[in-house]
Unconditional design. Structure first.
Ligand SMILES: C[S@@+](CC[C@H](N)C(=O)[O-])C[C@H]1O[C@@H](n2cnc3c(N)ncnc32)[C@H](O)[C@@H]1O
Length: 262
C-alpha cells in the first residue's frame, strides 16, 4: 500500500501554475543556474534528490549537458508525471526516474560526478545520515550543490512559523544553516558554503501571493478548483510573514568531496 501522497495531483498542478511546468519549487531556470554557477555538468553523471515532476532533472541533461541524470523521489504521483514529461522529449536515454524509500540511497560508492537537490532535503529528518550517504555516492573532488528551505534557528518555531507550518501541512524537518554546515562538515565535505536566499524569495513570494489572489485566481480555479486555490492562498498568506521575519530562509548549499577528480 502506498502512503497518501503529500503532493497530490491538484497540489502539483497549482504549484506548477505558479512556479512553471516541471517545477515544484520557486525560482525557475534562473535559480537553478545560480545554484549551478561555476559547475560543469557536461558529460557528467548527476543525481537529483527529490526530483518531483522532473522539470529540473530534464534541464540538467538538456541545458547543462549531463550525460546521465538519475532523478529520485519517494512519491509515485510526481514520478508518473516526470516519466510522462521525459517521454515527450529527446532525453529518455539520458534521464532516469527511480522511486526510492526514505533512507540509504540505492547507488554505489563514487557513482556520481555531482549530487543536486532542490528544496527536498527539508523532507528528510536525518541530515547527518543523508550527507554521509551523499559523500559516499560522490566521486573524489566532486560537488554537492543544492537549495533547501531552512529556519534561521534550531529552537521552537515562532508562532508565525508555526502558523505557516500548520497551513502547509507537509512533512517538514526544518534545520538551521548552522545545522546543515555541521552535518556537511561531519560527513567530510570541504569548501562548504550556505547562501541565504531569504531576501530574494521574500520579494518573489509577495508577488506570488498578489498573483494568486489577483490575476492568476480565475486560472487557478479553472485548473484545480476553488477549494484547492483558496487553500493555497491561505498557505501563501502565512508563508509571506514567515519569510518577512527572516525565520524561514531558503539557502543554497555547496560542499565538495575531498580528493582529486580522476
Ligand atoms: C518541494 S518538492 C521539490 C521537487 C523538485 N526538486 C523541484 O524543485 O521541482 C520536494 C520533493 O521531495 C520529495 N521527497 C520527499 N522526501 C523524500 C526523500 N526522502 N527522498 C527523495 N525525495 C523525497 C517529495 O516527494 C517532492 O517531490
Amino acid at each position: 500500500m502506498e502512503n497518501e501522497a503529500e503532493y497530490p495531483d491538484e497540489f502539483i498542478s497549482f504549484l506548477e501554475l505558479i512556479w512553471g511546468e516541471g517545477y515544484l519549487s520557486p525560482g525557475g531556470p534562473a535559480e537553478i543556474s545560480r545554484i549551478l554557477d561555476g559547475l560543469d555538468l557536461k558529460d557528467k553523471k548527476v543525481l537529483d534528490i527529490g526530483c518531483g515532476t522532473g522539470g529540473i532533472t530534464l534541464s540538467l541533461a538538456a541545458k547543462y549537458g549531463a550525460a546521465k541524470v538519475v532523478g529520485i523521489d519517494i512519491e509515485r504521483s510526481v514520478l508518473d508525471i516526470a516519466h510522462r514529461r521525459a517521454s515527450a522529449t529527446e532525453m529518455t536515454a539520458r534521464v532516469e526516474f527511480v522511486k526510492v524509500v526514505p533512507g540509504s540511497l540505492p547507488f554505489g560508492e563514487g557513482e556520481f560526478d555531482l549530487v543536486f537537490s532542490k528544496d527536498a532535503i527539508i523532507h528528510i529528518p536525518d541530515k547527518k545520515a543523508l550527507f554521509a550517504d551523499i559523500m559516499r555516492l560522490l566521486k573524489p573532488g566532486s560537488w554537492f550543490a543544492a537549495s533547501d528551505w531552512m529556519s534561521n534557528h534550531d529552537g521552537k518555531p515562532s508562532p508565525i512559523m508555526q502558523r505557516y507550518l500548520r497551513a502547509e501541512g507537509l512533512n517538514f524537518s526544518l534545520g538551521s544553516p548552522e545545522r546543515y554546515h555541521e552535518a556537511l562538515a561531519l560527513a567530510g565535505f570541504t569548501d562548504i558554503t550556505l547562501c541565504n536566499r531569504n531576501k530574494w524569495y521574500c520579494e518573489v513570494a509577495r508577488q506570488e501571493l498578489a498573483d494568486i489572489e489577483g490575476p492568476l485566481y480565475e486560472k487557478a480555479v479553472a485548473a484545480v478548483g476553488k477549494q484547492e486555490s483558496d487553500r493555497n492562498i491561505r498557505i501563501w498568506r502565512t508563508l509571506v510573514p514567515a519569510l518577512e521575519t527572516g525565520e524561514l530562509c531558503p539557502h543554497h548549499i555547496h560542499g565538495r568531496k575531498p580528493g582529486k577528480p580522476a
